[in-house]
Design a protein around this ligand. Structure first.
Ligand code: HPA
Length: 227
């Protein structure tokens, strides 16, 4: 499914994919100083997963950090220049269906971009393939953030039949389509949006970290089938 060229995996907030790589080269930072306080490590880690050469992008730029669209997708341009022709985006996400549980994985069939005036993105961006082995599949909704959604927004997203909601993937996925890079999105559900308890960033990071091993396993299995 990845076709020819190298594969990259983008690790979302709290997601640690070091378990995906058997051995690695020195990490290459992609966030320049002057970009503001990182909050996320921003490095490309090139390594091997079985017989495959894989680049893991640890950290990413978010719209809520104030970056414009061109800046947000610059890591995708860099991966493309390194020969990457298939990318799996992972992220932390809220589950919009009542049966979704923290720690589960969801494959996006498409990403819908909630309107935000600074960004001109297609409303609906299809993914090119689904990574097998996820617990759920459906539409992923992209929100600008950084606040988690209000009850009204959650209700609107549920009425729109979105399965998951997160703050990344739409700008990057749109750039992949422009470049002809095949792309998929796997979300780690860190919380169910139907829950009434307030959500904290620490909780999101904690659940994402705990789900990382399984996510790495799912990705490793997929890469093995791709050989
Ligand atoms: N909403 C948006 N982004 C998220 C969520 C959420 O509920 N959980 C983790 N990332």
């Amino acid at each position: 499914m990845s076709g020819r060229g190298m594969v990259a995996v983008v690790a979302g907030s709290g997601i640690d994919l070091t378990g995906l790589l058997d051995d690695t080269d020195d990490p290459v930072p992609f966030r320049e100083t002057g970009d503001g306080p990182p909050g996320h490590p921003c490095v490309f880690v090139r390594g091997r997963c079985g017989l495959r050469d894989v680049i893991v992008q640890q950290g990413r730029f978010h719209a809520y950090e104030g970056f414009n669209l061109d800046r947000l997708v610059r890591p995708i341009d860099a991966l493309y220049a390194m020969g990457v022709r298939a990318i799996v985006f992972t992220n932390a996400a809220g589950g919009l269906r009542p049966e979704m549980e923290p720690g589960q994985l969801a494959a996006a069939t498409e990403v819908v971009a909630w309107p935000f005036r600074r960004f001109v993105l297609p409303d609906t961006i299809p993914t090119d393939f689904a990574v097998p082995g996820c617990d759920h599949a459906g539409t992923h909704a992209w929100m600008h953030g950084p606040c988690y959604e209000t009850r009204a927004e959650i209700h609107a997203l549920q009425c729109a039949r979105a399965a998951t909601v997160g703050m990344s993937a739409a700008p990057e996925l749109a750039r992949c389509r422009e470049l002809g890079v095949r792309a998929a999105v796997v979300s780690c559900i860190t919380n169910n949006c139907c829950a009434v308890a307030p959500l904290s960033h620490e909780h999101v990071l904690d659940v994402a970290a705990k789900a990382s091993r399984r996510l790495a396993y799912v990705l490793r299995t997929w890469l093995g089938r791709e050989e």
